[in-house]
Design a protein around this ligand. Sequence first.
Ligand SMILES: [Zn+2]
Length: 216
Amino acid sequence: MNAWTSPATEPDLLDQEAVFSPLRVVRDTSAMDLDAAEDAAAQFLKALGVSTDSESLRGTPGRMARAYAELFSPRSFDLTTFPNDEGYDELVLARSIPLRSVCEHHLLPFVGTAHVGYLPGARILGLSKLARVVEHFACRPQVQERLTKQVADWLQENLDPKGVGVVIDAEHTCMTLRGVQATGTRTLTSTLLGILRTDARTRAEFLACTGVTGKA
Ligand SMILES: [Zn+2]
């Protein structure tokens, strides 16, 4: 976990709008116990009749533990916002943000893209931060519906824009590799808040920009 990086703010010298005060976003992974996870993975494989005696599989339980630990450990980041000095009042959209998460029902990956947009209010956001917010909520056992809503709600709460839109388009390997084996099936979810929800023109513009059309 990274230490808090305190910005050098001198309120006397800066007007209130320009004060650089990023919100440090950290996910607590202190409850992880890799040794216990490795032991459990070894037992899990044994229970499924998979021998780990060969040289190639000997390290597999440890690799499984570390792989899942990585999938559940988003990188910390600072949510740096800036005053919207120019009064920009059109849509800001980050399209096709790569997304990988793990479905909480089967613990199998789902992979796809997220489109995240907002209509700025008093502040704007560094564009890369939209991808970081997606990663923050994707790096945990998830369901796509909740993930979509969490990203939108979090941006609404922390950025206070006039509207937020999030569309996620993903393939769930628990559905394409097993079960119904519906290869190629994509799942689409969206959450629209504020003006993106209430104003038909803005909503249509957002959905058109994401490539999702015909969805109310
Ligand atoms: Zn699943």
